[in-house]
Design a protein around this ligand. Structure first.
Ligand code: ADP
Ligand code: MG
Length: 183
């Protein structure tokens, strides 16, 4: 596993960061590194094709918060609910929505009205009904691993990335890069 702490390989700013995740452990680690940066009511969109690593990343995040049971993909249930020491997290997967209206029909909009942290796979499938994201994570295949791009889309999202950028927590296995040097 590669670990890089060299400043020249970091691309972290408060609006967007890009990292290379060479293996599954790195995806779990970046999920975990986000755990201390979350704020109540935060909405995080997880973008990327089937198998990109969205659920893996959520698994890393939940484990870092102390959740020890199995983290299931919400592909069939649409949502999995977690309460971890008074923190509510909702993990959605809208892949199986045939049309955005099904989001409303299933009453999924109600989950987004409280202070729970919402992690959403396939947000596009809910169309215009889904509230805007604070943070967006794009995962794509890159060589044997994945490329992860984190973008802040609101003030809350920027605060999250600021905390993440300044945190002493390095993400094991992840290689930060600016897009020029990576492509
Ligand atoms: P998604 O939820 O995006 O459909 P999953 O997280 O369910 O994807 O599955 C991703 C698959 O890719 C898993 O088999 C996982 O082990 C693997 N994987 C995750 N991250 C990486 C990575 N950085 N490099 C290589 N394989 C990865
Ligand atoms: Mg998934």
């Amino acid at each position: 596993m590669h670990v890089s702490d060299e400043p020249s390989q970091f691309s972290r700013d408060d609006n967007a960061s890009t990292l290379f995740l060479p293996d599954e452990a790195a995806t779990l680690a970046i999920g975990g590194s986000l755990a201390p940066c979350l704020a109540p009511g935060m909405i995080i969109w997880l973008e990327g094709d089937l198998g990109a690593g969205k659920t893996t990343l959520v698994r890393g995040l939940l484990r870092a918060l102390g959740y020890e049971n199995k983290v299931k993909s919400p592909t069939y249930t649409l949502v999995e609910l977690y309460v971890i020491s008074q923190l509510h997290l909702y993990h959605f997967d809208f892949y199986r929505l045939n049309e955005p209206e099904e989001y409303l029909e299933a009453g999924l909009d109600e989950y987004f009205q409280g202070t729970a942290i919402c992690l959403v796979e396939w947000p596009d499938k809910a169309g215009v009904y889904l509230p805007a994201a604070d943070l967006r994570l794009d995962l794509s295949l890159e060589r044997e691993g994945r490329l992860a791009k984190l973008s802040a889309l609101s003030e809350k999202g920027r605060q999250c990335l600021t905390t993440w950028n300044s945190s002493a927590v390095r993400t094991p296995g992840a290689i930060f890069s600016n897009s020029q040097s990576q492509r």
